[in-house]
Structures are given as C-alpha cells and as structure tokens.
Design a protein. Sequence first.
Length: 256
Amino acid sequence: MEEYKIIETNEFSYLVFNALEKFDILNAIILRKKYIGFSRTVESEIREKSLRLIKEEFNITNIVQPHQNHTDIITTISDINNVKYSDAVILDKKQIATLIVTADCMPIIVYDKLKNIAANIHAGWRGVVNKITEKTINKMIKEYNSKPENLIVCIGPCIREKNFLVNEDVVNLYKEAFKDEKSEEYIKKTNQKNEKGINYSIDNAKLMISRLKKIGINLKNIHDCKICTVEQNKDWYSYRVEGKDSNRIGIILMIK
C-alpha cells in the first residue's frame, strides 16, 4: 500500500498519510507554491495568505505554532504560549490545529489511535541528536498513558541520506548520542570533501526508525514517505538548496 497521497485543491496541494485517514485526525503537509509558504521571517506576507487558505480549506478556526529553534523542548496546545521556544507540540485539545514548519528537517507525526492524542514534531539534525522525538513519545507514555504498540508514526519530506553531508564534528555528536546504535548502519563515508575535511552522509530517517523500534513501536506502524526535499525541490522547500531565502513547508495536524 502506498504510504501517502497528494491531494490538489484550487489553491494548493498537500500530502496526507494513508495510515491516518481512518482516524479523527487532520494531517496535511503543504507543498510549495509561488504564494504558499509558512516562514515567519521569509516573505511573511505569504504566510498570512497561506494560513487563511488553510483555514478555509480545512474549516479550521484556530491554528497555533511554536517558535522553533532546534531545541528538545516539548509543549502542548494548552501551554504553547508559556514557552519561548519549542520544537514539538502535543495535541491535548481537539479542534485546534498545530503548525510545524520545515525546509529539510524531518517533520514527524505521532498519533495514539486509542487515546486520540497526537504530536507534531520538528526534528532537524540537532533535534535528532537531542532525541526530541523519543522525548516526546516518552512524555506521551508517561503523562497521557499512551502505549507504544498503539502509536502510529509518520515521517514526512526531509533531506535524505545522500544529500545530508556533514563533517566529522557532526558525526562525532551522533556517535556520542547513539552509543546503542551501529553507526555504520546510518553513517557512510563519502568520496566528497569540503574545506573542513571529508564528508559523511547520514540517514536520519533510517536512524529514526531504529530509535522508534527501540521504544517499542511496531514497524508496521511506522510510515516513511521517503521524499527528499533536495531531490524534489520543485515541490518542497529546501534550505540546503535555497539557503537563507528558503521559505518553509507547513505541517498541519489537528484532532477533530
């Protein structure tokens, strides 16, 4: 079965994960378009128009968005205004949409099909190293009585292995953070180099799937769209390709 489908409206297109469709949760990852983007700082007037179109299309009254800063800070819809920065939002209220924005970083959706709660997560490489996804899921388990076997996890469009090239300083951070992983499984030495030295490629999605399995999430409940934002830059914003002028993809998540 296909992991996702792309739905087109008159104004924009969006990706939905098929695994979530039968549940009372709205999931929509918005593709790039000339006048669609969700950055607070790049073309902010486009963000306002984009939010208006999203609200109209999905009949949303209220959207909340954290100020992301590559942290491991987790908040909730109820507490989102009480923290300066956050990169994960647990949906503890219905009918209020959450917005996470990305441009190469991994967007991760977690849904508890029994408790009907969810989390919208921004996991860049720093977030991965700081284990924001594992911490968010553990918070759901501890504070909301979620069970790993009832969780569905979806990995959205992000930079993929052969395009995520780093130097040894970043590689060492990964190895230090994930001593219980075999680094050769997700880190590969390449023939490329830059002014800092040899480049290594890192497969964050493969690493994330391993981390999720260690928590106890069933492999059948892990869904990866396998879209690379660099290779498919015509459809998705990519900081690696576009630099500081890149706008942002919007990940909309709401419990109905």
